[in-house]
Design a protein around this ligand. Structure first.
Ligand code: ADP
Ligand code: MG
Length: 415
């Protein structure tokens, strides 16, 4: 490296981070504390591939941030390395079904990993499948297909492609074998899966438990060592990140995000230390971003119902009911002059907002009038209104929403 590179490097060198990318979600670390048992079990399950045998299919589930993706990628990488050493044909392919969310894209990715050219569109899914089978027939060895976040695929397109993939070995002859590792964060999905598909997918089943605060602390410490300059973290930073993430079901991703964003905040301000107040700020920033993403993606009536809930709960200060929400919704739709949807539909939308984690609805029995749903706001009213303010359709009612919610927000420019 020449001296000029040195100069540049020194001037862009962060006082906080040594390697920030180590804290990014897609980084696969070399050590995974507290997942030794899972790594062992998955490795033992896949090991027969090194003898040319087909490993059992594996179905992995557990809440987000419990290390499912990291462990699977790690074991697959090690397996491929070993296979390379031993010169046995074992190939792994990782597909994230949240991003590859059609059967066509999933099959195309698998086919392309075997050097089958598949045009971006134009073929039928069946045709892609046939080409894949044909290619597999002409080769020997074990192919391990990881389908991560498999619920995204099945929710939108059914389980047909899964069914076909788990049966693909019946169409192959001796030398070529396919194993499937299916991963999901959604327990509800596991329950909803067709029993036929579930049973062929779960020749082995692994459940990843949430981490405890102490375990998350170890995970963060290992990562922080690589990610930060020595001595920049105050002693209470990692324990605080761990405690906050443990409160949210032991999510290691959340903990790493907190740590990374806290570091970014310190760096933005030109500081050379990260403190607990940066972690608290990071928490707000992450929560606002999460809320903003969800709110932006809502259709107009979803936004209007949400706005009505924000109003009806006084910005989250008290409970409300579907009836009150509907009244406010009617007022909003008539002030901006758009068609309203039915009470029933609004009730359905409230259920969807609940699924998205923006609100919490509970059904209670209220004396002789039967059941009522009690609705509570589950995220920050200010962050919601700020995101709502990006939608020009709501310009005319923003002031009313703010007044009834008892908050006022700074306006965001539409992105
Ligand atoms: P899941 O797939 O279960 O949602 P991930 O495997 O994506 O969770 O893990 C979330 C984040 O936490 C990733 O950045 C991952 O590298 C990290 N992580 C999870 N478990 C561990 C662990 N035991 N050691 C180190 N990092 C971990
Ligand atoms: Mg994952």
């Amino acid at each position: 490296m020449s001296f000029i590179d040195d100069i540049f490097e020194r001037s862009v060198k962060s006082r906080i981070f040594k390697r920030r990318e180590v804290l990014m979600p897609d980084y696969v670390p070399e050590v995974l504390p507290h997942r030794e048992a899972e790594i062992r079990r998955l490795a033992a399950t896949l090991a027969p591939a090194l003898r040319g045998e087909r490993p059992n299919n594996v179905f992995i589930y557990g809440l987000t941030g419990t290390g499912k993706t990291a462990v699977t990628r790690f074991v697959l990488k090690k397996l491929e390395e070993k296979a390379g050493e031993l010169r046995v044909p074992v190939r792994g392919i990782y597909v994230n079904c949240r991003h590859r969310d059609t059967p066509y894209r999933v099959l195309a990715d698998i086919a392309e990993s075997l050097e089958v050219r598949v045009p971006f569109t134009g073929l039928s899914t069946g045709e892609v499948f046939s080409r894949l089978v044909k290619k597999l027939r002409g080769r020997a060895g074990v192919l391990i297909v990881v389908l991560d976040e498999i619920d995204f695929l099945v929710k939108r397109h059914g389980d047909d492609v899964l069914y076909k993939l788990t049966r693909i070995n019946e169409m192959l002859d001796g030398g070529s074998k396919v194993s499937i590792i299916g991963i999901t964060n959604s327990v509800r999905f596991v329950e909803s899966l067709d029993p036929r598909v579930k049973s062929s997918l779960s020749e082995e089943e692994m459940v990843f438990p949430p981490y405890t605060a102490e375990q998350i602390r170890d995970i963060l410490e290992a990562r922080a060592e690589e990610a930060f300059q020595p001595g920049v973290l105050d002693d209470d930073v990692i324990p605080l990140c761990a405690a906050l993430a443990a409160r949210e079901h032991g999510d290691a991703r959340r903990a790493l995000d907190l740590l990374r964003v806290a570091g970014e905040i310190a760096e933005r301000r030109g500081l050379d230390r990260v403190t607990r107040s940066h972690v608290m700020e990071a928490r707000n920033e992450i929560e606002r971003d999460r809320v903003a993403d969800v709110v932006r993606s809502l259709p107009l009536h979803g936004k209007l119902v949400l706005a009505s809930i924000v109003m009806a709960t006084g910005g989250g200060r008290h409970y409300t009911t579907t009836g009150e929400v509907y009244d406010l919704y009617l007022q909003l739709t008539s002030s901006i002059n758009i068609e309203k949807v039915t009470f029933r539909r609004v009730s359905g939308i409230i259920g969807e907002l609940d699924m998205l984690g923006l609100i919490v609805g509970r059904v209670t029995s209220r004396g002789r009038y039967g059941k009522t749903r009690v609705i509570e706001l589950a995220s920050d009213a200010e962050a919601i209104i700020e995101a709502l303010s990006e939608d020009p359709m709501l310009d005319g009612v923003l002031e009313v929403i703010e007044r009834r919610a008892g908050v006022s927000v700074r306006r965001r420019e539409s992105p």
